[in-house]
Design a protein around this ligand. Structure first.
Ligand code: ZN
Length: 328
């Protein structure tokens, strides 16, 4: 396991102290909204507001996109709100210690704030260009606001729930049930065989030349390692062994965390025993490092924001399955 691997992943970076103690302070949002130094992250249909439109084509390192955080008097106090914590980044616009909140805007509210749609951008489109603080802020806000949007009613009695504790709990006024933000774990697995070849699959929902690592959701009552073995058998027909944790990345589309593992083809399995499940996975292929490099132009491989991209790059750099990545 290499913690350094996780902290380099685009959506795993962060520079915000989540400041959980402050969440239960009475009148927290009144205090935050009365403080002109508070800054508010605004979300509209999963998109954040940037200070400038995202440039098309080649990005310039000198003009790094950044989030447009707004003063509290520019957003309506009745929008769904969450307290995200205090910035840890030394930034001239929002110095370290700045208290940060997030709100979800309606269409009318978003257009009133910024009508130029090119300044509203999704997390995957921009995250690799954002600073650590902005990447973590966007990821945290999207995950928790997605949860609010899908948990408006009590799972026990169906009543409408209300947000409390800075937006980190929803409580049912009828039966008192508390509901906490949830994240659905998924495993994503870099499988290698005895020749250190890599297994990639093509998903039924993708273009037919798009390939990635195999992945699947962890089921209730199941350890991550068992999910690796079960999911890989279901999707490929292959038995794998030695699941080893590599790192994790939140994936709030809408509510996942991807737990990266390596695994080896079991000794009694032949690499040719591939059986794509035919529903989720339509094709499976083994690649040597050279074969993958040679095929890179013909194949669509995972995007740079994904943990799959980082895991494949790590393997291409020569890190054998199950070994720790070198720490930079
Ligand atoms: Zn209830």
């Amino acid at each position: 396991m290499s913690f350094a691997f996780t902290t380099r992943l685009p959506l795993s970076r962060h520079a915000v102290d989540r400041d959980h103690i402050e969440r239960t302070t009475p009148g927290l949002f009144d205090t935050l909204w009365a403080d002109a130094s508070t800054r508010v992250f605004v979300l509209w249909h999963g998109r954040a507001l940037l200070t400038l439109p995202l440039p098309r084509g080649e990005r310039s390192a000198s003009v790094r996109p950044r989030l447009q955080l707004v003063a509290p008097d520019r957003v309506p106090a009745d929008a769904p709100r969450v307290y995200l914590g205090r910035s840890l980044a030394d930034d001239e616009l929002e110095p370290a210690g700045t208290r940060l909140a997030a709100v979800t805007l309606s269409d009318d509210q978003a257009v009133a704030l910024e009508p130029d749609e090119t300044r509203w951008v999704g997390l995957r489109a921009v995250v690799t260009d954002l600073s650590d603080r902005d990447a973590g802020l966007f990821t945290e806000a999207l995950g928790v606001l997605n949860w609010h949007a899908s948990h408006a009613h009590c799972p026990r009695c169906g009543s409408e729930t209300a947000s409390e504790d800075g937006g980190w709990v929803r409580r049912c006024p009828s039966c008192g049930n508390q509901v906490f933000p949830r994240t659905d774990p998924a495993v994503i697995v870099l499988i290698t065989d005895g020749q250190d070849r890599l297994l990639l699959g093509s998903n039924a929902l993708w273009e037919n030349n798009r390939y990635s690592l195999l992945a699947g959701f962890v089921e209730p009552g199941e350890p991550l390692e068992a999910a690796v073995v079960r999911e890989m058998f279901e999707e490929s027909g292959l038995r794998v062994t030695r699941p080893e944790y590599v790192g994790s990345q939140p994936w709030p589309f809408p509510a996942s965390i991807m737990c990266g593992f390596t695994a080896r083809l079991a000794d009694d399995q032949l690499a040719d025993d591939l059986v794509p499940d035919g529903q989720e996975i339509l094709d499976l292929r083994w690649f040597t490092r050279q074969e993958l490099r040679d095929a890179a132009e013909r194949l669509i491989l995972p995007g740079s924001s994904s943990i799959a991209h980082a895991m494949i790059e790590r393997w291409l750099s020569g890190v054998p399955s199950g070994a720790q990545a070198p720490t930079p």
